[in-house]
Design a protein around this ligand. Structure first.
Ligand code: SAH
Ligand code: SF4
Length: 383
């Protein structure tokens, strides 16, 4: 019998306090953390260097439980997607994007989103619920278990704990899936701390990115509590247009948002902020918009990432064509701003980050319909 306390909800401090309530010392908490997060263990019976009496005590009171995988899909370019059951009929997605020099996991923080950006399929569904820390860090825990090579070359996805020295499958994490991470701050913060903790995932701050639509007070809190790399979804060079695209802007307009970016830079692990800019044909993609952007960001140290809009059913917006995106990027570059264009990956499995569409309500039908490669029901990958 497994107990009810889900240990995936605890960062180091949480785990230590909970062990204290059991009358156990902090180093035991650390040992268990390493088993769970470094080796992917889900069963206390596997934790061979822990006394049997403690293992039994843990098994009575606790469990290690990530959101169950409903379906998963893989694209020929190596991109993988999982659809995860977060309870009460809601599902979210995690996407794995391998590249030659890194492998990124894009994770979700909420089912739906209350910000309601006009170009976003998640926003159009409205807000459903916040994920728990276990459901957030569980995406990384599950993906590592599925993807990390085992010492004997077998995948780890059959519930085996891998050796501690096993190479990690994922080098970067971006909170760019469904939801606004800074509107679920209390659950996101322990998950971020676990990503950075050497007894868990040990990622450097530069390799963990929070993407936000611009919740100014929470940007300041993140700077104090856990300054990871920051991406800000800008999408427009002026308040009139931005308020139309990103309703959050009415509460925290551009002057306040950009001032928060400048403050963040004093704490940030990278010496720039990434500005995400979705390219919408005839809306925000003219030469004039590009020139206005250069003036607007002034001397803030930043990079631009232009994101070609991913259309979805029910949206009247269109993607800027490739030449327009190149010309827009050219103007920013000439203005002295490092600019990249996001390649769309895994479109055949509907896996472009931030485009985790349709997975919430009516999820199985929508996901199956929208995926042109079949998503196969999962063979019990998460505990
Ligand atoms: N809520 C956060 C993080 C999740 S959205 C945020 O808004 O930053 C992650 C990124 O995907 C954002 O930059 C968002 O603007 C972008 N995005 C949303 N819908 C998209 C779409 N239909 N096509 C392309 N990018 C989209
Ligand atoms: Fe929410 Fe981000 Fe989508 Fe806007 S773009 S609705 S903030 S998930």
């Amino acid at each position: 019998m497994m107990g009810d306390v889900n240990l995936l909800n605890f960062d180091r401090d949480g785990m230590t306090s909970w062990f204290e309530t059991l009358g156990e010392r902090p180093f035991r908490a650390r040992q268990v953390m390493r088993w769970i997060h470094r080796r992917g263990a889900a069963e206390f019976g596997q934790m061979s260097d822990i006394a049997r009496s403690l293992r039994e005590k843990l098994a009575r009171g606790a469990c290690v439980r990530a959101a169950p995988v409903l379906r998963s899909g893989a694209s020929p370019d190596g991109t993988r997607k999982w659809l995860l059951d977060v309870g009460q009929g809601e599902a979210v997605e995690a996407v794995y994007i391998p590249e030659p020099d890194r492998a990124t996991l894009c994770i979700s923080t909420q089912a739906g989103c209350a910000v309601n950006c006009r170009f976003c399929a998640t926003g159009m569904q409205g807000f459903s619920r916040n994920l728990t820390t276990a459901q957030i860090i569980g995406q990384l825990w599950m993906a590592e278990r599925e993807l990390r090579p085992r010492a004997d070359g077998q995948p780890t996805n059959v519930g085996h704990a891998g050796p501690e020295s096993a190479t990690r499958a994922i080098s970067n994490v971006v909170l760019m899936g469904m939801g606004e991470p800074l509107q679920n701050y209390d659950a996101v913060l322990p998950a971020l701390r676990l990503m950075l903790d050497d007894d868990a995932y040990g990622l450097s701050r530069r390799r963990v990115t929070v993407s936000t639509s611009g919740m100014v007070p929470m940007i300041d809190r993140l700077a104090r509590d856990c300054p990871v790399a920051l991406a800000v979804s800008l999408h427009a060079p002026n308040d009139a247009l931005r308020s139309e695209l990103v309703p959050m802007n009415r509460k925290y307009p551009l002057p306040e948002l950009l001032a928060a970016c400048v403050r963040y830079l004093r704490h940030a692990p990278r010496d720039f902020i990434t500005f995400e800019y979705i390219m919408l044909a005839g809306v925000n993609d003219s030469d004039r918009h590009a020139r206005e952007l250069i003036k607007r960001v002034g001397d803030i140290s930043c990079k631009f990432n232009l994101i070609p809009f991913n259309p979805f059913p029910g949206s009247d917006l269109r993607r800027s064509d490739a030449q327009r995106v190149r010309d827009f990027a050219g103007i920013l570059t000439e203005g002295g701003i490092v600019t990249t264009v996001r390649r769309t990956r895994g479109e055949d499995i509907d896996a472009a980050c931030g485009q985790l569409a349709g997975a919430v309500r009516d999820r199985t039908d929508v996901a199956a319909r929208r995926a042109s490669i079949p998503l196969v029901p999962a063979v019990s990958t998460a505990a």
